[in-house]
Design a protein around this ligand. Sequence first.
Ligand SMILES: C[S@@+](CC[C@H](N)C(=O)[O-])C[C@H]1O[C@@H](n2cnc3c(N)ncnc32)[C@H](O)[C@@H]1O
Length: 271
Amino acid sequence: MTQPADAEPTPEDNRAPEDNRASETNRAPEAAAEGSRVAVTYLRESSPRWNRARFRKVLEAPVDPAELAEIGRRRIALRHYAPAPLHPSYAGQYHAGGGAEGQVTADLLSVSPAYGAVLYNLARSIDAKLLVENGAGFGISSMYLAAAARRAEGGTLLSFEISDYAQIAQASVNLVDPGSRVVQGDFACFPGHLAGTAAIDLAFIDAMHDKDSMLRAFKSLIGWMAPQSIIIVDDLYYSESSREGFRCMMRMELHDFVCIVNKRFGVLIKG
Ligand SMILES: C[S@@+](CC[C@H](N)C(=O)[O-])C[C@H]1O[C@@H](n2cnc3c(N)ncnc32)[C@H](O)[C@@H]1O
């Protein structure tokens, strides 16, 4: 069953969205929604492995607070860092979370604990071993992905951050999984960091939120994704361009289960 990517949530799944950016605790999104369930818009449901029930179970899986405790502490520690300039490639472009002079902080850029838990739970649901990220920021989303990698045997995160604060992101990741890496550089370089036989289990795209950039990242991943892999795209409702970017990804028909979480995360699952 396929619906257009801009379909409104069906009544059954149209539950109040949540956004708890200010929260400091790592909670499952169900709890973060303060009693209301997370809204999921299902766009394609032709997978033999994934259905609404499984997806919701994954979304709402309780996360052991001890598993992610370091992330809450790191969020607080990062508040003591001076705002950092956005990379020059953003020149003149508005960026979600960008301050008036293009200065950004971890609080402005990072996923909230609830969305971080979604990343973690989706990665754990497939026991993801090789995870890649486009846009580490200060390493908060990376920490959730690295925490999932730490749980998988031989798991590792390979993340890319084009700005100087990639080093801060690496320091964040080190607190969770020192074997995971944040490379300072353009995501376009990721193939050079992988063995030719590598298969990516989970990719998180959270860099430039315009159609062309999103599609460039998506297309570069295609030949690398494992048979039952997941791609998560952040900030779909940032702009019409980002929504169109996601619609184009869907139209390529490479994924069997596609949905949007809270009008924010686009989730594309193979197999
Ligand atoms: C929204 S922030 C990422 C936030 C991070 N994912 C989190 O939730 O903690 C987007 C980041 O992508 C980075 N970026 C933009 N284009 C990039 C590229 N081509 N390769 C790597 N990073 C890029 C930006 O410098 C910015 O820090």
